[in-house]
Design a binder for this molecule. Structure first.
Ligand SMILES: Cc1ncc(COP(=O)(O)O)c(C=O)c1O
Length: 381
């Protein structure tokens, strides 16, 4: 069987960028950027088709449509155990855009921000673009106020967290969130919680930081749990409607410099309102991820594999003496699978000795990729 027939291969070869199918040589499987090969639910495609019947896309409301913001509120209540009011929601051009808007609004030169290490590059990148200095704190599954306190100086302005955490796959418990709230209050810090992964939960109960940290700003997006990365649709949830209006004014939302596409908001609302879209997507991704974990644990010992509670990425450690970039280049050339090396530029210095595998593809493609990786480890151990 040609496993590429289980995905829309030709479409992806032309359209999937950011280190994926359109950017790798023919035959290479890119388990790289956290983007999906799995077609999204027909609930979403029907809404997109219906929206275009009118043949009109007028300027949308600067804060985002009421439909989108209400869908956010309901979705947060149902899936993230959290009450938010639609007036506290801003539709943004992607989760990444929401992070940058927040950093531009609150950070400036001379400020220090604390972020976990390792963590996805965007938090540090956006903070630095806004002029702040990034201070990295070793990432740990359980929140440790004493550890984070030890990195605070008179310049510390904010804490930027990834909840759930990419690439480590944990999320904070309600008890951690209470501790984070106390820590934030005691030290008078701002807090941004990047919750773009919060739809991809495989065990336990996820609670948005906003529920226990009333001052938290939350970043959300539909690129992960609904596989809509190319629609660039996300949201920023503010602690209250008044501060959100200030941010909208300063960051250009009121004057149409910034704003989310109305078509993407329609698709996102359909996704969040759908009874089955998220579950369908997670079912396939979970199968691919479990298959990878089971086979890697059983059939090789070169890589050590984690078992994440959340996210569809696996964080593998490799023999210390090898260099991640060199290793991923060899695996791409010789095994025809492209992986993300644990480089400082992607995750911070704490990523040393690791590689990341994204599992958002069909079980058939995943199985083929894992076979190739396992064969490579056998030939090179
Ligand atoms: C932790 C984290 N935050 C933000 C983003 C950006 O998401 P989007 O592409 O929806 O802007 C990603 C994407 O991988 C991510 O992993």
């Amino acid at each position: 069987m040609n496993v590429f027939q289980t995905i829309p291969y030709h479409y992806l070869r032309q359209n999937a960028f950011n280190m994926r199918w359109a950017e790798v040589p023919e035959g290479v499987i890119p388990l790289t950027a956290a983007d999906s090969d799995i077609p999204f639910s027909s609930d979403i495609s029907s809404a997109i088709i219906e929206a275009s019947q009118q043949q009109l896309f007028p300027y949308a409301a600067p804060q985002g449509s009421l439909e989108f913001r209400t869908a956010m509120s309901t979705h947060f209540q149902k899936v993230k155990n959290c009450s938010i009011h639609p007036d506290e929601v801003l539709a943004t051009n992607s989760a990444a855009g929401a992070i940058q808007d927040w950093c531009n609004q609150f950070l400036s030169k001379g400020d220090e921000v604390l972020i976990p290490d390792p963590v996805d590059f965007l938090l540090g990148y956006c903070a630095e673009k806004a002029g702040a200095t990034v201070v990295r704190v070793p990432a740990q599954k359980q929140w440790d106020s004493a550890l984070w306190s030890s990195y605070i100086t008179s310049k510390t302005k904010a804490v930027l967290l990834c909840h759930p955490h990419n690439p480590l796959g944990f999320y904070y418990t309600e008890s951690d969130l209470r501790d984070i709230n106390e820590f934030i209050l005691n030290n008078q810090l701002l807090v941004l919680s990047d919750e773009v992964w919060s739809d991809v939960i495989f065990s336990g109960k996820f609670t948005s930081m906003r529920q226990y940290v009333p001052s938290a700003w939350v970043v959300y997006g539909l690129s992960k749990g609904f596989g809509l990365a190319g629609l660039r649709i996300g949201a920023l949830v503010a602690p209250n409607a008044a501060t959100l209006q200030e941010l909208m004014e300063n960051q250009g939302y009121i004057k149409t410099v910034q704003g989310a596409s109305s078509l993407s908001q329609i698709a996102a609302s359909a996704a969040m309102n759908s009874k089955s879209a998220r579950a369908e997507f997670l079912k396939t991704v979970h199968r691919s991820m479990q298959l990878a974990i089971v086979r890697l644990n059983k059939e090789q010992s070169f890589f050590k594999v984690n078992n994440p509670d959340s996210t569809f990425v696996l964080w593998l450690s490799h023999p210390e003496q090898l260099e991640s970039q060199w290793l991923t280049e060899r695996i791409e050339k010789e095994a025809k699978v492209k992986l993300v090396p644990g480089l400082e530029q992607w995750f911070g210095p704490g990523a040393k000795g690791h590689i990341r595998i994204s599992c958002a593809t069909t079980p058939e493609v995943m199985n083929e990729a894992i076979s190739r990786i396992i064969n490579w480890t056998k030939q090179n151990s």
